[in-house]
Design a protein around this ligand. Sequence first.
Ligand SMILES: Cc1cc2nc3c(=O)[nH]c(=O)nc-3n(C[C@H](O)[C@H](O)[C@H](O)COP(=O)(O)OP(=O)(O)OC[C@H]3O[C@@H](n4cnc5c(N)ncnc54)[C@H](O)[C@@H]3O)c2cc1C
Length: 390
Amino acid sequence: MRTMTTSPPRFDVCIRGAGIVGRSLALMLASQRLRVALVHNPSNLPADHSDVRAYSLNLAAKQLLTDLHCWPEGAACTPILKMHIEGDQNGKLEFDAMEQGVEALNWMVDVPTLENNLSTAVGFQTLIENTPEAVEAPLTVICEGRASQTRAELGIQFDVKHYAQHALACRIHSTLAHGQVARQWFQNTHGPEILAFLPIGGEASHEWAIVWSLTPTRAEELLNADEADFCQQLFKASEGIAGHLDLISERAVWPLQLARAKQWTGKMPSPFTSNQVRAFALAGDAAHAMHPLAGQGLNIGLGDALELARVIETKEFWRPLSDPKLMRRYARARQAEVLAMSCVTDGLQVLFAQPSLPLQKIRNWGMSRFNQLVPVKKWMANQAMHAPSK
Ligand SMILES: Cc1cc2nc3c(=O)[nH]c(=O)nc-3n(C[C@H](O)[C@H](O)[C@H](O)COP(=O)(O)OP(=O)(O)OC[C@H]3O[C@@H](n4cnc5c(N)ncnc54)[C@H](O)[C@@H]3O)c2cc1C
């Protein structure tokens, strides 16, 4: 009789996608002495991969990235001390770190610096191997972003609601210092628009990261407008609050969507061995995508990575990584928070996209009224600042 023996896989976990979520997860798992294959396919990167964005990250994300020794320092990280939000009819909402009794409401982090820090840390970690192709492992984690190919190959339904808005992002310099104040305007002059001026470049800087959610046609127009015209329109939309503006980066546009994978975990069909049970889990934008108006997408994605690492760290010693029960624990722990944040961002987008005058009045009145409810405001800011929690 002939018996077939299969050698044990070289890796415990295969992570597909080396974005911020994939790399952070790889580092957390390697710190648990797990052997990680990180599928890093350079052909998936755009030719000019210089991200003009800066992300607003919360305290939990800061703690996680600090533990990984990857938190950007100095000019690459700007604490937000105040946040001013204006409705489309005099509605106002303000948050103040001092009033909340916290060091900062959030931190604006330079994306290329963060990606670079994570890449360097991965390079130093001997238990992580960058691989160009997926490899055999008891557990595969899919962190390929919202257009994930593996998710599609597994036949997982990705429910997508396309917003009639694209986000135009760029960086600008202003004559007035930002004073660590983030500003956001909900407007309705050229259709529903959301403009965010986010302070970057350090505490005394005059630089801002801009995220402007616009109708696709207007986003295209502003993407192609000459610099002077673009800055003039930005000046007008921001009511001249930062003084004269100069464009200091490329402009880039992202179509916006609310999306959620129907299934987050399951059995991985393996092309390598037909008889072994293998598990998979989705994390980050591969599992969910949301409107950037509240700056929560990556915060939530890092929450996934943290929870996945926690579930693995606290598993029973006899339970294999490929046990689907383990991944179900992860999915159960994450879905409520993701759903709640998706509802908040979608609700705000929909509320401010309605052109009806009575609704306009109600939403602006609601904003100003909410602004006076200090304890409720404090609670809400805390939710946004501290999720995800360990
Ligand atoms: C304009 C804008 C502003 C935003 N601002 C904020 C903010 O302020 N705060 C916040 O928290 N979030 C923000 N977000 C959301 C944030 O960008 C995402 O949530 C975050 O990038 C998701 O990270 P990820 O690692 O899951 O996916 P991605 O960043 O998409 O990374 C996926 C990685 O997988 C790789 N990949 C893809 N397919 C494959 C494959 N087949 N094989 C191997 N590798 C593959 C890709 O090249 C990439 O490196 C914003 C989004 C937008 C559009």
